[in-house]
Design a protein around this ligand. Structure first.
Ligand code: UD1
Length: 366
């Protein structure tokens, strides 16, 4: 069985590492990796390939740094050519980025079955580019691998046939288990050496367009993190989009206590999260990683796709995206540590389950 896997953005490199490790060892499966180039800096891309042992992509499309339309169109064109040449049994896409949608569209037009890992997530906010990418990808996919019961229910509500939906758990949990132990021995980034006490600091990330491109939201977030930084160190590795927005708005000038860093590798960030008192983030992946390492989290949005974590008390949402409301959520998260042992995202064997299902469905031709 030949699988063409499409990746392009940071969280996809992390997710694909789990399944790619298995395909490499599988006698009957060939995986062809395509990197769309949506994320292209060494800190946003190369470091993940090195740290997570992902094979060098066979194709690299170099489509980063463009508008949504231009990027998606260029990806679509490049992926169509690759699929026509490679003729795989399945095209595998992850998550909700422009690269996900381009991979799904290209495959759908060529009538190649699509496997979507992390299917069924919804924010119910169609102003988010990610929501459009998820909806469209799910509706053209043959294999919808959901991470949770809630995601499975979302697909049922949209009329997607249950025979296409497989609740396999969250593949990021596989990665957190596999690399979590290795991250424990990771030295801190040099800028942080000697500055952080275990459970005495917070880690924050901000990258969503809904926050970085809205000066009111960005000011509320930076203001709240600055307030927290007067209580404990706040480490904020900056996504390139956020760095640009902060320098354009001058907002960072009023937040001198925050420790701004370049983006971190997976192991460095995991180590920081493992020992933190709190995570504050608008990233879906980091919300879950906080939970996997049992660190309370405040989401820097008023909605989340990972609703289970809010129900369990590990994640808190501000009532509004305002400084005072974020401060309230932070105070509550630091005060009340949940004790539940629930594990809503499977057993850490998601990649194995996906590969077994695909392998069973495409037997060797006699
Ligand atoms: C994308 C995904 C989002 C995902 C996120 C993870 C879409 C619509 N969004 O958002 O779902 O959660 O990735 O990070 O696909 N840039 C660099 N260097 C890089 C990468 C990007 O400077 O290595 C710049 C780009 O040129 C652009 C900005 O950062 O100006 C944003 O990058 P973009 O590819 O639009 O997506 P993300 O915001 O990262």
């Amino acid at each position: 069985m030949k699988i063409v896997t499409i990746v392009g953005a940071r969280p996809q490199f992390i997710k694909c590492s789990a399944l790619s490790r298995l395909t490499r060892a599988h006698p009957r499966v060939e995986e062809v990796l395509v990197h769309t180039g949506q994320h292209y800096d060494s800190t946003m891309s190369d470091v993940f390939f090195e740290q997570l042992g992902i094979e060098k992509p066979r194709y690299h499309l170099g489509t980063g740094g463009r508008s949504h339309g231009a990027m998606t169109a260029m990806q679509l064109d490049g992926i169509e050519k690759i699929l026509t040449a490679e003729r795989p049994e399945v095209v595998l896409v992850y998550g909700d980025t422009n690269s996900t949608l381009a991979g799904a569209l290209a495959a759908a037009k060529l009538c190649i079955p699509i496997a979507h890992v992390e299917a069924g997530l919804r924010s119910f906010n169609r102003r988010m580019p990610e929501e459009i990418n998820r909806l469209l990808t799910d509706h053209v996919s043959e294999w919808l691998f959901t991470p949770s019961a809630e995601a499975t229910r979302n697909l049922a509500r949209e009329g997607i046939g249950a025979e296409r939906v497989h609740e396999v758990g969250d593949i990021m949990y596989d990665v957190a288990l596999f690399f979590g132990a290795r991250a424990r021995d990771e030295p801190p980034p040099p800028e942080l050496a000697g500055r952080l006490d275990p459970r005495g600091y917070a880690v924050a990330t901000v990258h969503r367009a809904e926050n970085t491109d809205d000066p009111v939201h960005l000011a509320a977030i930076v203001g709240a993190l600055a307030d927290l930084s007067r209580r404990m160190p706040v480490v904020l590795p900056l996504h390139p989009r956020t760095r640009k927005a902060l320098s354009q708005t001058g907002l960072a000038d009023d937040a001198r206590n925050i420790i701004f860093l370049d983006p971190l590798g997976y192991l460095e960030l995991t180590k920081l999260v493992q020992d933190a008192a709190l995570v504050a983030t608008d990233s879906g992946g980091l919300q879950k990683e906080a939970f996997f390492h049992r660190v309370p989290c405040v989401t820097l949005r008023t909605v989340t796709e990972w609703v289970e974590l809010v129900d369990l008390g590990w994640n808190r949402l501000p009532r509004q995206l305002e400084r005072a409301a974020i401060n309230e959520a932070v105070a509550a998260a630091l005060q009340h540590r949940p004790t539940t042992a629930a594990s809503p995202y499977g057993a850490g064997d998601t990649a194995e389950r996906i590969l077994a299902m695909l392998d069973g469905a495409y037997p060797p031709t006699p």
